[in-house]
Ligand binder design. Structure first.
Ligand code: FAD
Ligand code: N01
Length: 544
């Protein structure tokens, strides 16, 4: 890029560090953004709250944490050398292995020297006179740059436990999304876990194996499909490596960024029950990915959806020996309305003598007390309580920063009725600020690695075009943003997504506005739309 533009990268003890671009967050999104800007010769830095890279995989160290998109696919595609040299050990790798991969990437592309760790960004303000973003961190350091990329993550801001009496509890408590980086010995301990989402579904079997007893407090039963995880053998790995380019191409063209999936082409209602059950059984045996893609209308038609939902319920009844427990574990809402879970021995775990299930709708949790959890029925004596209560998804991390745009407009005010964006990449009134996997993008509805790469590549091209065209500011116009928001709502309304209380609609966070936040139109449609907009001279954007 133009050398005149390049900022002066000062040390952190200097009053102000000035660079071309500041990226907030060193997860997979921020790391690739940094690498892309570095490659073009921009001076870019990452500010990261944690003491290391990896984002999700740095924070979520709870027992059993692993991915639910096959690792071969849940990995970067931008460097063939990287994908050829890295070797995944399992179909769905564990959190330590994914974190090791993140560190390998950071070391391989020499990213760490551009990352300021232990820097939590508390405010970001657009300075209209200088046309620069000024960021402040909790340590008091200030940074400024022309471009600001928020790679803060859509599942990074934890849903903080706000149970009454939590301070009076004498035992140890942990949050799955902020699990300590140390071994926790549960031998001989009575453990309680609150929540039955994806994190809990992964943790529960391991917690049960390693503790004296496990009490699961469930508010809503969840659908889960066996992951059927297994080690990868060398022949399979070789085959993948030889064919990576076509696998990646399939991912990029797919609706959810997954190549190894088999999308059904018929309605669930146009086939016989026998054929349908056979199809569901085959997909169940194969494991998680693709189960709800068996038919075209599982996500849109209640009757079709019920066929898949009932199949899973029948499996729960088959696996769980106690019929009352099986009934409690059987979800009532539409399958796929909440994110489907992938498990290893989840339902089987409820057959163990040391595991019990408490329905908190029947006997709500009143508070935590010194001994443990108090419900309307009794006090559960617990040595350890695990909160697996999820995240303030998509908006939490962004609204955790005091972000001010033009004319002093605050993001929290602009988003008071739910997040608004153009393409989930930019926000009107906040020039030169980009969000990676932000609300309004399809990111969380598929393989997020594919979403991240597409976002980063679009943003990089946009910044490159800004510099080549001698522009100083880019932001969406209000009409384009409105149109995009209407489109998000329109496509969400064609699905069953609004029919349950999921984090997609913010229902898990008390007081959060109920809005379907991601774009459900598909990665493929979205990618095409983004490309059309940039090739048509950034349609819907104001560039000055
Ligand atoms: P993150 O990884 O969340 O990184 C964001 C970073 O920003 C964090 O390091 C955070 O500390 C930092 N940050 C946030 N706010 C600030 C601030 N104010 N100042 C400084 N730093 C800040 N997706 C899939 O596609 N497949 C999977 O199998 C899968 N498994 C998952 C398992 C778990 C347990 C969870 C929680 C999520 C999973 N996801 C999965 C989603 C996952 O979040 C994404 O795949 C991906 O890792 C997100 O990367 P990111 O860089 O966008 O965000
Ligand atoms: O969070 P969740 P998560 N009292 O929101 C319950 C990704 N991920 O961390 O459903 C009692 O899904 C809440 O109940 P309800 C994936 O995208 C992937 O598990 O709101 N219970 C629910 O049961 C996933 O979707 C993997 O009624 C309370 C649970 O806590 C996303 O991250 C693994 C409660 C929260 O479930 C979030 O998953 C892990 C309360 N006050 C995460 N508040 C993979 O497998 C909440 N709950 C790849």
């Amino acid at each position: 890029m133009n050398s005149k533009f390049q900022g002066d990268l000062k040390n952190s003890d200097q009053p102000m560090t000035s660079v071309d671009a500041i990226i907030v967050g060193a997860g997979f999104g921020g790391m690739y953004m940094l690498h892309s800007l570095n490659k073009l010769g921009f001076k870019a830095i990452i500010l990261e709250e944690a003491n290391g890279v990896g984002g999700t995989w740095y924070w979520n160290r709870y027992p059993g944490a692993r991915c639910d998109i096959p690792s071969i696919e849940y990995s970067y595609s931008f460097s063939d050398e990287l994908q050829q040299e890295w070797e995944w050990s399992q179909k769905y790798s564990t959190q330590p292995e994914i974190l090791e991969y993140a560190n390998h990437v950071a070391d391989r592309f020499e990213l760490k020297e551009h990352i300021r760790f232990n820097e939590c960004v508390v405010s970001a303000q657009y300075m209209e006179n200088s046309k620069k973003w000024k960021l402040r961190t909790s340590s008091g350091n200030t940074y400024e740059s022309k471009y600001c990329v928020m790679a803060t993550g859509s599942l990074s801001s934890i849903n903080k436990p706000k149970f009454e009496g939590i301070d009076s509890y004498k035992g140890d408590w942990y949050i799955t999304g902020k699990w300590p980086n140390k071994k926790i010995d549960l031998t001989g301990k009575s453990v309680g876990i609150i929540g039955t989402g994806s994190s809990a579904v992964q943790a529960i079997p391991i917690l049960a194996e390693n503790s004296k007893s496990l009490t699961v407090f469930q508010r809503t039963a969840n659908y889960s499909i066996p992951a059927n995880n297994r080690p990868l053998d060398s022949e399979e790995v070789k085959h993948v490596k030889d064919n990576y380019s076509s696998i990646r191409e399939k991912q990029r063209k797919g609706k959810g960024g997954v190549a190894f999936t088999n999308l059904g082409l018929k309605s669930a209602l146009e086939v016989s029950e026998e054929e349908r059950l056979k199809e569901y059984q085959e997909r169940w045996d194969k494991g998680y990915v693709g189960f709800i893609s068996a038919y075209t209308d599982i996500g849109t038609n209640e009757e079709a959806n019920e066929t898949a939902a009932e199949f899973v319920r029948s499996k729960i009844r088959e696996i769980v020996k106690n019929p009352n427990t099986a009934e409690l574990l059987s979800p009532k809402n539409a399958i796929g309305c909440k994110r489907l879970c992938a498990d290893t021995n989840y339902f089987e775990t409820y057959n163990r003598d040391n595991v019990s299930l408490i329905d908190v709708n029947d006997t709500p949790i009143e508070s935590l007390v010194a001994e443990g959890v108090k419900t309307t029925e009794k006090i559960f004596d617990l040595d350890v309580v695990v909160f697996a209560i999820g995240f303030d998804a998509m908006t939490g991390a962004l609204l955790g920063i005091d972000i001010k745009g033009k004319n002093g407009i605050e993001l929290k005010d602009k988003w008071s009725d739910g997040p608004r964006s153009y393409l989930g990449l930019t926000v009107e009134g906040f020039p030169n600020m980009f969000t990676i996997t932000g609300p309004g993008s399809p990111s969380v509805l598929g393989n997020m690695m594919v979403a991240i790469e597409q976002h980063v590549e679009w943003i990089t091209q946009c910044i490159q075009d800004m510099e080549a065209d001698g522009k100083s500011e880019i932001e969406p116009d209000y009409a384009a943003e409105n149109k995009w928001m209407d489109h998000i709502e329109e496509v969400a309304n064609q699905t069953l997504r609004y029919s349950c209380n999921s984090w997609y609609v913010g229902a898990n966070v008390p007081g959060k506005k109920r809005v379907f936040m991601p774009y459900v139109g598909g990665y493929d449609v979205y990618r095409k739309k983004c490309n059309e907009i940039s090739t048509n001279g950034y349609e819907g954007f104001l560039r000055i």
